[in-house]
Design a protein around this ligand. Structure first.
Ligand code: ARG
Length: 588
């Protein structure tokens, strides 16, 4: 469906043109002054210069031509030249009914579906997931769902950190602890055991232990580096250990991401790009894109227009080892080969921005990626504790994701059981669902690039701009609708009629914005705009609810219209939280 702003703009275009002005002046936006009007057009001001006329005169000319308008009930030209409009409730009602009957609630799918890769999550195998990975998962998942909702073909790729120094550390430590294992016997030619020599619990203890040792003990560090080198060069036993590490970690990661309602289409990692590196480097050298600089192989990416220095993208160290940039370039080679994406979006900590500037420039310059392909860095800020410093445990350590989730769930559980007497099982289940909304909404309601304070108290509150408040509103609507159907009535075939009350119209005006909000959120990759919208929508609903007798309304036509509006409001809220990556419980 066309967005309501566009439909109004079409009418205004006719009016502008009819009055002798350019049609393109008729851009319509939501009102900046909701106390005065619902929508506004500032085109008269924009046209004043070209027509050498006072904006107010232009606005008045246009307004005169809008008397028979289909959408606009009341229109005024006000100083200095605004065109302020209020819409006809009946026309909004019919728009809403059309939304209700449309399977996408009025969101138009893209005419031409693009192929878009979203690179997000980016956990490092064998290291526990911590809150630093939380933002990437939450924001990336939402971006992915939003893109899919707009009708594009999207591939979410976890891009595991599975090829680095941490692997050498684990191998080294394992060798110290269990030197008898066949992986460390270079004469061993048999088949390696199918079973991993460690559990996930042990693995998570091995890594930090090894990492700490390496910081103290230079020889140990050297050995870990060498083990990394051997692994990366195909050492048979180490490759077998690496497979074990991968299997054990990946199944644990899958469990963790599932708890977060995060699903990847692709479980590729840095390791998958390795086989493409030699040919890539060969070509880049041969075609003169890469050159030696102080022993390392680099690609220059500085541009004349740069105001600050952008160092070259390093693709091979003097010892022959590849780097983060090498892997990301080779991954682009792989993505080009396998998917030919129109666009790739990287959802990564904004402190990595320079790295991506270098990689993107190098990829374009070397034609690894065609120039039409959009490479987009969506950098996010840090999640801080209440003290304004990066989020830590009470003891000051790095907070593990599982513990963080558990903490929120516990808090939610307390609130839910305080509120009513839900059974133990149900309360736990609900605490899980609502807890996730608290975490995700708490994150997504901030503009991604900004730092934010993770505040358990505030995020789990049932009041204010929070996930639980949104869910509470949905549950409230569900309960009204359930009461209605429990009386034997049906919800199908209900239609919204024009609004009688002011709060009813206000709710309708919010509902009507849905497709516009999604479009903007998609174009700007801004889930926080969806949060802001559903907060307004929930507020509008709650105000309407407090001012209106719904189920006890005696006029049956009215009552059915209210229920139809509730049904649509619920569908919109559900669709939005689905894009944000969480769900609503039946009761709270
Ligand atoms: N594993 C990396 C980290 O923990 C994030 C990976 C981001 N994605 C990428 N293509 N480099 O910092």
């Amino acid at each position: 469906m066309k967005r309501i702003v566009d439909l109004i703009a079409e009418e205004l275009s006719e009016a502008f043109e009819g009055a002798g002005y350019d049609r393109s002046l008729a851009r319509v936006t939501l009102s900046n002054r909701p106390d005065l009007c619902e929508y506004q057009c500032n085109g008269a001001m924009a046209g004043a210069k070209a027509y050498k006329k006072a904006p107010l005169m232009i606005a008045e000319d246009v307004v005169k031509r809008l008397s028979g308008s289909e959408y606009i009930e009341d229109v005024q030209a006000v100083k200095p030249g605004f065109i302020n409009m209020k819409l006809r409730a009946e026309r909004i009602a019919s728009y809403l009914n059309e939304m209700k009957d449309d399977e996408n609630l009025g969101v138009e799918k893209a005419e031409e579906a693009l192929t878009i890769v979203v690179d997000y999550g980016g956990p490092n195998v064998a290291k526990p997931l911590h809150v630093g990975h939380l933002r990437s998962a939450i924001i990336g998942e939402s971006i992915k769902r939003l893109i899919r909702k707009m009708g594009h073909q999207v591939l979410g790729d976890i891009h595991l950190g599975d090829w680095g120094y941490q692997m050498g550390l684990i191998i080294t430590e394992l060798k110290v602890r269990q030197p008898e294992l066949p992986y460390f016997d270079d004469t061993f030619e048999g088949e390696y055991p199918g079973e991993a020599p460690f559990t996930i619990g042990e693995l998570e203890e091995i890594y930090p232990a090894a990492s700490a040792k390496a910081k103290e003990d230079e020889a140990y560090r050297e050995e870990a580096l060498h083990a990394t080198y051997l692994l990366q060069n195909g050492h048979r036993g180490y490759t077998a250990v690496w497979r074990h590490i991968m299997n054990v970690s990946v199944s644990d990661l899958k469990k963790n991401y599932k708890n977060l309602n995060v699903e990847f289409d692709l479980w590729k990692g840095e390791a998958d790009a390795q086989e493409l590196i030699p040919d890539m480097l060969e070509r880049l050298k041969k075609e003169g894109y890469a050159h030696m600089d102080e022993g390392a192989l680099v690609i220059d990416v500085q541009k004349e227009s740069d105001t600050k220095e952008i160092p070259p993208c390093m693709i091979q160290k003097s010892d022959g080892a590849s780097l983060y940039g090498t892997t990301d370039l080779a991954t682009l080679v792989q993505r080009e080969r396998d998917y030919k994406p129109d666009k790739i979006i990287y959802v990564v900590d904004k402190r990595q921005e320079l790295h991506f500037v270098q990689v993107f420039r190098a990829a374009k310059k070397t034609k690894i990626v065609p120039k039409e392909t959009e490479l987009k860095f969506l950098g996010f800020g840090t999640m801080n504790g209440k003290d304004g410093k990066p989020f830590k445990t009470r003891e000051g350590g790095v907070m593990r994701l599982e513990n963080l989730i558990a903490e929120i769930e516990e808090e939610m559980y307390k609130k839910i059981t305080d509120n009513r007497t839900a059974g133990e099982e149900e309360a736990k289940q609900t605490a899980k669902i609502v807890g996730l909304s608290a975490i995700k909404y708490g994150d997504l309601s901030n503009q991604a690039s900004k730092d934010y304070v993770f505040d358990v108290e505030r995020f789990t509150s049932f009041e204010g701009n929070t996930g639980p408040y949104i869910l509470y509103t949905i549950v409230r609507i569900k309960s009204i609708l359930n009461k209605y159907t429990a009386g034997g009535e049906t919800l199908s075939g209900l239609t919204i009629k024009g609004a009688l009350g002011e709060s009813e119209k206000a709710l309708m005006l919010e509902a009507v914005k849905y497709n516009e909000v999604l479009k903007t959120a998609y174009e700007e990759l801004a889930p926080h705009k969806i949060c802001a919208y559903i907060y307004d929508l929930a507020n509008a609903f709650n105000r309407f609810y407090h001012e209106t007798k719904i189920l006890t309304e005696e006029d049956v036509g009215r009552k059915k219209s209210y229920l139809a509006l509730l049904l649509l409001t619920k569908e919109i809220l559900l669709s939005c939280i689905d894009v944000l990556g969480f769900e609503a419980p039946e009761r709270m």
